[in-house]
Design a protein around this ligand. Structure first.
Ligand SMILES: Cc1cc2nc3c(=O)[nH]c(=O)nc-3n(C[C@H](O)[C@H](O)[C@H](O)COP(=O)(O)O)c2cc1C
Length: 327
């Protein structure tokens, strides 16, 4: 095998392929399987700020009325604490069972009480912390700037709590993802994960109800990811990790050529199992030999906006011009 290793968030990874945060990474057996199949790192299933709150309100709801307000306070404290304790246990167990870096993950929407958990996550042994932030705008009164300022506040608060590197998983639904990535870097992020794939709602026209959209990504979703990574590469010092739509070695290579130092996968692991990591690593290795690249850094970002001869390929206007002749 060639040297397919990379450095992400200042951490050496034997492979650029990271297991993205998902249900699979809450199982120690699965994490061990990912390591033995050549994963460079794992991102644990997110601890959801929202989930903790829901758990609390459900418990309160199903327990009926409390004679004393203190009882409710106690339950709120206990449930929050239990979710957190379980998560810290998962980090500790993962760290004692595998040698690859273990990245904890928090899904967050505020910079409130949960930021103190970040310290505990660090103490539990996580090598890094990924913040999955998406503030869904649901009001015409909320401006893009207000929402993006909240991202900055969250990262600033967490960066004050921990010394381990912080990566921020952002959505592509931002006015200027490059600016957001830069602001997050200035707030303390060492990595930007592009992009999180949201839960997507769908509509059932026969039964007149809403349903869940596709849980798993499709390979076509990678194209937008590539564009934004290519445009962001070189504009920020923080490392970029690609996620969404990467399902084989070829797509991992595209993401890396556009500027990603690491590639996080999830859907394909659900569909094909851990063995796919081995296949992706082998494809990268074979391709590197074929192209005569000794190290991954020799080609990461080689086809980014800054490094290509025809940067217009990444610009929308050129895209429209390109298709304007097609009847
Ligand atoms: C079943 C499932 C659960 C997921 N749970 C989380 C999560 O808890 N936190 C998170 O940041 N991303 C979560 N994701 C998103 C993945 O980490 C990943 O970024 C996304 O699926 C895109 O990668 P893919 O195209 O390889 O699936 C989940 C994805 C799937 C399919």
């Amino acid at each position: 095998m060639s040297k397919i290793d990379t450095k992400y968030l200042g951490i050496d990874l034997a492979s650029p392929i990271i297991v993205a945060s998902c249900g699979l990474t809450k199982s120690i057996d699965k994490i061990k399987e990912f390591e033995s199949n050549g994963a460079g790192a794992v991102v644990l299933k997110s601890l959801f700020e929202e989930e903790i709150r829901n758990e609390v309100s459900n418990l309160v709801k199903y327990s009926g009325q409390f004679p004393y307000p203190e009882t409710e306070d106690y339950i709120r404290e206990y449930v929050s604490d239990k979710s957190t304790q379980d998560y810290l246990e998962l980090i500790k167990k993962a760290k004692s069972n595998v040698n690859i870096p273990v990245i904890a993950s928090i899904n967050c929407v505020t910079n409130q009480e949960w930021t103190s958990y970040a310290k505990e996550i660090e103490l539990a042994g996580a090598d890094a912390l990924e913040l999955n932030i998406f503030i869904l705008p649901t009001s015409k009164h909320q401006t893009a700037e207000e929402i993006e300022n909240m991202y900055v506040k969250i990262v600033t608060s967490v960066a004050k709590q921990v010394k381990i590197p912080i990566a921020v998983k952002i959505t592509q639904h931002l006015t200027n993802p490059i600016h957001t990535a830069f602001s997050l870097e200035l707030s303390g992020a060492k990595g930007i994960v592009m992009f999180n794939r949201m839960y997507k709602p769908n509509i059932d026209i026969n039964n007149l109800r809403t349903t869940a959209g596709d849980i798993f990504s499709s390979p076509a979703e990678l194209q937008e990811v590539i564009r934004w990574i290519a445009l962001t590469y070189g504009e920020i010092q923080a490392d970029i990790c690609a996620t969404t739509g990467i399902q084989n070695g070829e797509s991992a290579l595209k993401a890396m050529l556009s500027g990603a130092k690491a590639v996080a996968i999830s859907s394909i692991l659900y569909k094909k199992g851990a063995q796919v990591i081995k296949d992706i690593n082998e494809t990268i290795d074979t391709w590197m030999k074929d192209k005569n690249f000794q190290n991954t850094k020799d080609f990461i970002g080689k086809l980014s906006y800054k490094n290509i001869d025809n940067p217009a390929a990444f610009e929308r206007v050129q895209f429209m011009k390109f298709f304007s002749g097609i009847e």
